[in-house]
Design a protein around this ligand. Structure first.
Ligand SMILES: [Zn+2]
Length: 284
C-alpha cells in the first residue's frame, strides 16, 4: 500500500469517527431539550417578581433551579428565599465524608452554603424526616410553608409539581402540594393584604431523557408532569460549583447518568418550568 493511500484511509476513518462522535453529542444534547418551549432569560424577571420563594424537600433539590435562583438573586431588586423541609439524613453519601449519623447536619450545611453562594437572601432547612414526608400531616407542612410565605411575601413560588415531583420522590410531591395548598389558602383568605404569589413555577424534568433512560420511574414522571412552557439558562457553572459544595453528593450526577457532572451539565444546560398564574393552579 502506498503511503498516500494509507494516509487517505486513515484520514477517512478519522473523519467518519468525528462525524459519528458529533452525531452522538447531538443526540445526547437532544435528550435535554424541549421543543417549542418559550425561552426567557430569567423566570423571576419574566413575571416581574420582587420576591421569590423556593419550596423544596431535600438539601440539593435547589440544584434543580440554580439558574432561576442565581439570576433572581443577581437582581438586587428581587428578594430571594428558600425552604428545605428535611436535612436529607436518609440520603446516600456519594462519597462518604462524615459519620453517617452526622449526614443530616452535613447536608444541611451544604444546602445553606450553596444557596449563600447563589446569592439567596434567606434559607431555612427544617427537620422533617427525610423520605418520611408522606406520613407527616399536610397541615403540619403547610403551617411551616405558610410561615415562610408570610415572612417573605413572594410573588413567585418555585416548587415541585405534586403529581410527578421531578423524580417521582414522595417527599418532592408532598412539598409541591404543601406549597400549592398554602397559595390556595392565601388566595381565599389574604393575611395583612397579602393574597399569596401571583405565579407558581414548577421545576420539570427533561422529558426525553427521563422517558428513555430513567426506567419505569422516568416514564411515570413524564406521564404525570405537565408540558414545560418556559425554559431558561441553567447556569451549568453554578450547578458544578453546587456539586462541589454538596460534597456528600459530589458523585451524584456521575452515579445517576453514568457521565461526569461536567459533561452532563454541558448538555443539560437549561431549566424547564411549567409557569402559571396562581389562580390557574388546578384542584387536586
Ligand atoms: Zn430531593
Amino acid at each position: 500500500m502506498s503511503l498516500i493511500s494509507r494516509h487517505k484511509i486513515i484520514s477517512g476513518l478519522v473523519g467518519a469517527l468525528l462525524i459519528a462522535l458529533f452525531g452522538v453529542l447531538m443526540a445526547l444534547n437532544w435528550m435535554f431539550e424541549e421543543p417549542g418551549v418559550r425561552k426567557v432569560g430569567s423566570v423571576a424577571q419574566h413575571v416581574e417578581a420582587q420576591s421569590v420563594l423556593a419550596v423544596f424537600a431535600h438539601p440539593d433539590d435547589e440544584q434543580l433551579v440554580t439558574g432561576l435562583l442565581i439570576r433572581a438573586a443577581k437582581d438586587k431588586a428581587i428578594h430571594t428565599a428558600a425552604l428545605t423541609a428535611t436535612k436529607g439524613e436518609a440520603g446516600t453519601p456519594m462519597p462518604q465524608i462524615s459519620r453517617l449519623e452526622d449526614l443530616g447536619q452535613v447536608r444541611k450545611a451544604e444546602a445553606l452554603k450553596n444557596t449563600w453562594a447563589l446569592g439567596v437572601d434567606y434559607h431555612d432547612v427544617l427537620d422533617f424526616p427525610d423520605s418520611g414526608l408522606k406520613d407527616i400531616p399536610l397541615k403540619t407542612l403547610t403551617d411551616a410553608v405558610r410561615q415562610r410565605m408570610l415572612r417573605h411575601r413572594p410573588d413567585l413560588v418555585v416548587t415541585f409539581w405534586p403529581e410527578s415531583g421531578f423524580s417521582d420522590h414522595a417527599d418532592h410531591k408532598k412539598m409541591g402540594l404543601a406549597a400549592e395548598t398554602v397559595i390556595q389558602e392565601l388566595r381565599a383568605d389574604p393575611v395583612d393584604g397579602y393574597a399569596g404569589p401571583s405565579h407558581i413555577a414548577y421545576a420539570l424534568a427533561p422529558t426525553r431523557m427521563m422517558g428513555r433512560f430513567a426506567g419505569e420511574t422516568g416514564k411515570r414522571v413524564v406521564a404525570n408532569q405537565p408540558p414545560a412552557n418556559v425554559a431558561m439558562p441553567g447556569e451549568a457553572w453554578a450547578k458544578l460549583r453546587g456539586w462541589k459544595i454538596h460534597a456528600s453528593q459530589r458523585n451524584y450526577v456521575q452515579h445517576a447518568y453514568g457521565l461526569t457532572a461536567w459533561f452532563v451539565h454541558r448538555l443539560y444546560d437549561k431549566e424547564f418550568y411549567y409557569l402559571i398564574e396562581a389562580k390557574d393552579i388546578p384542584e387536586r
